[in-house]
Design a protein around this ligand. Sequence first.
Ligand SMILES: [Fe+2]
Ligand SMILES: [Fe+2]
Length: 220
Amino acid sequence: MVTLEMVKKSPVVRQYMETGNDFIGNMGAIEHNMHHAELTSFLCYDILNTLGYPVREAELGSMAGYLHDIGNLVNRYGHGMSGAIIAMQVLAELDMEPVEIAVIMGAIGNHEENAQGQPVNNVAAALILADKSDVHRSRVRKRDAANFTQRDRVNYAVTSSNIVIDSIERTICLRMQIDTSVCSVMEYFEIFLTKMLMCRRAAEHLGCQFQLMMNNNKLL
Ligand SMILES: [Fe+2]
Ligand SMILES: [Fe+2]
């Protein structure tokens, strides 16, 4: 059986992910480095495991989470779909069962809000929640705030974010602390509304209610 460790050890995977992150860095996009891959991988596993899904499904989640942004190598636009195809090739070379590759492809191809990503399976739902919860100041690459886009500013405003899963109450809560001198709660909500709606649909797919807490205020 293909494991996350096997995926991580693949020199092709490492090369594509690092080069892809460099390429989008050249156009000023926020960090999509190994830390983002590792964190998304861990959260994806944790969401499925905590909610009681089978261990193998959670493992597939950890691999989808690790690989989800590999398509940045091709182009930032549509990176979910190009990433799904790259993942297919990498996983097929590791001899993963087609039925498992299929789940990961659907998940990676559906993680982008700009590409109408939908929670098409449990792994896809967990991946949306894991990916969207990694919002943090440290992901903004630009050093000069004068060059910040609105998206940079909104990311820069976040000083901490974490996701709390309650398997009994069936709630998934995204908790964030934001520095309101950088961006107001309203502005944050406005920019991230599409992402938050996507998280709500993903949580519903997993039989959970999505909650959003910002600076200890419950917004959703
Ligand atoms: Fe992505
Ligand atoms: Fe991502």
